[in-house]
Design a protein around this ligand. Sequence first.
Ligand code: FES
Length: 361
Amino acid sequence: MSDANWVELGDLNDLRGQALRVVEIGKRKYALSFKDGKFGLIDNSCNHVGGPLGEGRLDGEYVVCPWHHWKFHRCTGEGEPGFEADKVPGFTLKEEGGKLFVDLNSGTKRNRKPHEPHPLSRKIERGDGPVRIVGISTTAMDERNPRYSTSDALLETGLEHAKAGGFETRYIRLSALKFRNCEGYYSKAARACTWPCSITLMDSKDQLDQVYDAFVHWADIILVATPIRWGAASALYYKMVERMNCIQNQVTIADRVMLRNKVASFIITGGQDNVQGVAGQMLGFFAEIGCAFPQFPYVAHTRGWDAEDMDENVRQVKHSEELREGVRALVDRSVAMAQVLLGSDASSAKVSRGGRKASPL
Ligand code: FES
């Protein structure tokens, strides 16, 4: 056993004033806690992906990591009940002459006990088989009392056409899924936004895993349908897109392209205008996560700024064979582009500075 190496941390009276803080000794950081008259000191770096434990909070005798809320005993560093073997180093303290000291040689061993990997974290491999197309409906809908949706109707036309052509299809209606808003893990730190998504890892009831699975592991073509709401895509579209930050972030922090050889195309319908604004956002976003586009990548329909008679809009879409033909042609172009990408493996698993806005990590 090595000799003790006592280092002063500061005045007891000063240090008692805060339940949890980060203290630095040399280049190393620690999480110092004070509760019920007793100090505790553990390493500052969380076992998960390195969150700063001393910037978290106390929950009883446990330090709660500020990034994804893993817990470690504030004195021993052991994980919370059930995860005791997942430990961060804990240190011996002593109080002497009104000062607090730590024995830096007393640190217990860090032990990472791997948590069960999430199914989404499996290797990304495209299995054999025909072109696969996932249709994403983003319109908000009372699922128990459904209404006719022009964007959904055209999306269904596109998927039926793909199926008839011998391609595989999935249809995902965001309005039928329960999923949380992005809670800004990226805003805490880039590394706090993980793949799989932090929320997906923490909340087994969150159903956006179906969309992640389709985008990352399954589909060759992502066909997104949205209505125009106040000149923008639907609220559910944005709710989904914000949760996709974890896909784009992998390019930025790990040089890892999650979406390869994939095509995105869009169906945009609205009683009122701003098709180009909506399409511009969608093109920009799906380009940023690594998708390619067919020539003329969207079909859109709108009746203009002053068209308030929405029942007429529904009637027009219902009866428009031209729009249906347009969607079928969009699916054909998307399939052709997907076949080119798959045949040539044109996308790269690493794209130097892709998504990094030209700056180094
Ligand atoms: S819980 Fe600490 S970094 Fe994720």
